[in-house]
Design a binder for this molecule. Sequence first.
Ligand SMILES: Nc1ncnc2c1ncn2[C@@H]1O[C@H](COP(=O)(O)OP(=O)(O)OP(=O)(O)O)[C@@H](O)[C@H]1O
Ligand SMILES: [Mg+2]
Length: 416
Amino acid sequence: MKLKCAFMHKRIAVAELELDDATGMIQKVNTIYAPEHFPVGVTVKRGVADRAAFNEWWTDRSIPASRSGIREALETLEIANTKMLLVRCYGLSLSDQYWICPEGSDLTWDTINFFYNDFSEDIGDVLFGAAKKTDAFNFSSPDNTSDGNLKKRWKIINGKRYLVKGGSSPFRQQPLNEVIASGIMDRLGIPHIPYQVVWEQGVPYSLCKDFVTEDLDLVPAWRILKTQKKSNHVSVYQHFIDCCRELGIDGAVPFLDRMIVLDYLIANEDRHFNNFGVLREAETLKWIGFAPIYDSGSSLGYDKMPAQIRSGQDITCKPFKKHHEEQLKLVSDFSWIDFERLKDVDSLIEEVLTAEGTEAYMDETRVQAIKESARRRTDHLSRLAKTQMPAQEDSTNDDVQENIAAAYHFAKPDHQ
Ligand SMILES: Nc1ncnc2c1ncn2[C@@H]1O[C@H](COP(=O)(O)OP(=O)(O)OP(=O)(O)O)[C@@H](O)[C@H]1O
Ligand SMILES: [Mg+2]
């Protein structure tokens, strides 16, 4: 069976679609009304949309198969796959303005968007382990379109939308790391999303406000990277800069300088291309600029033992180079860093990692190892800032393979 619907961008009809109602895949793109409103990286050539790219975008919009607890949740909901969840909430999200309007329905963006209309708690409850209900589930929830591996849900608190996100076993450090990363970015004047920690039944979660409004789209860097074909001799970093320039997105170099420096300081291991992005105005398609930095929790040795944290070995680096030291070489300007402001990062780390409740997950040795390694990295950066010459043309040496960058839809579950 096919499901006919209009593909919508806020109030603008982009195209007529046919979806397979068993798999949720886009089977056909019929009449195209507004080719320029297709998602970034999905091209329309001579009136024909690139359906493979469109399906990749659509799949990326669903909860990844690697999300913690997703198999159990699908079983409870009696739904075959996460793409069908997407169809059940009309593809609506709290990070952009795309949705699908079934043929013959009188739905409008104004009455169903989640930015100012309420949404159901049902899907969030199930994703957080709730059992079957006696009455039917209400599938209208932005949780059906949330990305990432960690357990998460959207909540309306005092009329505002917040993302609640857990950490992984055994240390559950990611929510605490988000607060530390926010504190470091405060000190360095790097635009970022503030996070706080909330505790539920002895488990820490991070809480951050939706930074996208009803007028905006968050366009992940992964989409931007897809707008041009990369030549083999061009580095991933240079390719990304070129894509931004072609699209008319300003400020890539200073933004990346700041992100790379932060990620070095906190030894971030998961800054893939879906963990940063650019904001644009949905109706006019005007670029606003890089989104404030979010999702910095997979850092500070979050899954490592103290000895490993101390050694500083085996730290993964993304999105451009496999090693942080190599990635740092891409930074063209360090003059904005006020190292004086980083003097109390030790106490910031101590304060966050020893707050009430953390004793169930952290011990003194771990906290000390994290403090020490952060101090060492700051000292190294401060020396480098005095000696490193502005970046020369980048080569493909040590480049991250492109398929690793956003591949979690194919990844095995690694979070408990
Ligand atoms: N405050 C926010 N406002 C709007 N959208 C957000 C916000 N925080 C996150 N998002 C969106 O939700 C997605 C998932 O969130 P996040 O990256 O924090 O989760 P994660 O599970 O840590 O991801 P990963 O698998 O990369 O570790 C982000 O990629 C982004 O598109
Ligand atoms: Mg993420």
